[in-house]
Every structure is written in structure tokens, then in C-alpha cells.
Design a protein around this ligand. Sequence first.
Ligand code: HEC
Length: 173
Amino acid sequence: MKSRIVRSSYALLIISSSSFLLACNSQPTHNASSGLCPQERTTEMAPAVNASLSNPLNLNASNLDAGEQLFQSSAEPLACAECHGEKGDGNGPMASMFQPAPRNFTCSENIAALPDGQIFWIIKNGSIGTSMPAFNKLTDDQIWQLTLYIRSLEVKPAKMETKVPGQKQASLY
Ligand code: HEC
């Protein structure tokens, strides 16, 4: 009798865990070149006064190049690509070492509604409770250049070109 109960609870466990896996697999994975999209997020929101700052720099080739250089190789203590990946998809060489995983910036659901000031704040101060370090030696201009570059990594879904009124992504504020 007891073993039947044990067996059936195992069966139940297997059934419920496989439907859990199915549920995970059925998450939308569009607009990401790889990595999870959308992703759960641990990072807290910056104080509203900081998050509402807008990027003072122009979106031009020299600012994007400077952001790329920092992201891919020169930022200290560690280049962003080590964790966020060369394409910004969250799959850098060190990514699997960390829980929560680094953000996937190619994913519109992760990045589109994130204010510039939030991106700036987290780069400058880090994200408490995650492996995201504070890059407090970078100048403000360098952090804004990184912000421009991160936004350029987003892979926009083709369907966003035909905007449906009323279907705008909810803002975080
Ligand atoms: C050691 C690994 C690591 C490095 C290096 C790293 N990050 Fe992160 N980053 C993370 C993790 C982990 C998170 C948080 C994931 C979460 O919130 O679930 C994160 C989050 C972020 C966010 C999230 C903002 C938000 O509010 O969602 C931004 C922006 C960011 N990183 C930018 C950068 C930039 C730019 C660099 C380089 C200057 C960098 N990161 C370097 C691991 C890293």
C-alpha cells in the first residue's frame, strides 16, 4: 500500500515536472538571437529621479564605436561581453557562472521599456544581489556611450514595423 502511494507520488512528480518544463519551453523566444527572451529580472529600479534622466549624447558612429570598445574589451573591472556576450545576448563566456544570468540585450521585452536613466544607473552602481559590478571608474560620457551601444543590440521583431495602436509595451513607470 505504502509503496503504491510512493510510486504514484513519483508519477505525479514526474508528470508535474514535465509539464513545468513544457511551460518553460513554451515561453516566447522571438527577438532574441539566443539566451532567454523574456528573462526574469532581479535588478531593482533606480530611484525615479535617476531613471528619468535621458541620454545627453547623440546617436552617432563615434559614440557607438566608443561604447562598443568599452563593452567588448576595455571596461574595467571586466568587459561587459564576458558576461553579456559579444552580441549582447546574455551568453558571454562567464555567463553560466552566475545566477541570476546576465541580461539579454537583444531581447526587446527585456530592453525596450527600460529607461536610459535606468541603464546608466545600473552600469554606474551595479545591481545588488547579482554579479553585475559597479563601473564607477567610467566617466558619465562613457556610461552614456555604453547605453547607446546596448540599445543598438536590440533585435527588433519584424512585426513591430506595423504598429498596432493600443499595443504599446507597458512602460516601467
Ligand atoms: C560579471 C558579469 C557581468 C559583467 C562583467 C557585466 N554585467 Fe551587466 N549584468 C550582469 C547580471 C548578472 C545582471 C542582472 C541580471 C538580472 O537582473 O536578473 C546584469 C544587469 C545589467 C543591466 C540591467 C539593467 C536593468 O535594469 O535591467 C545593464 C544595463 C547591464 N548589466 C549593463 C552592463 C554593462 C554596460 C557592462 C559593462 C560595462 C556589464 N553590464 C558588465 C552581469 C554582468
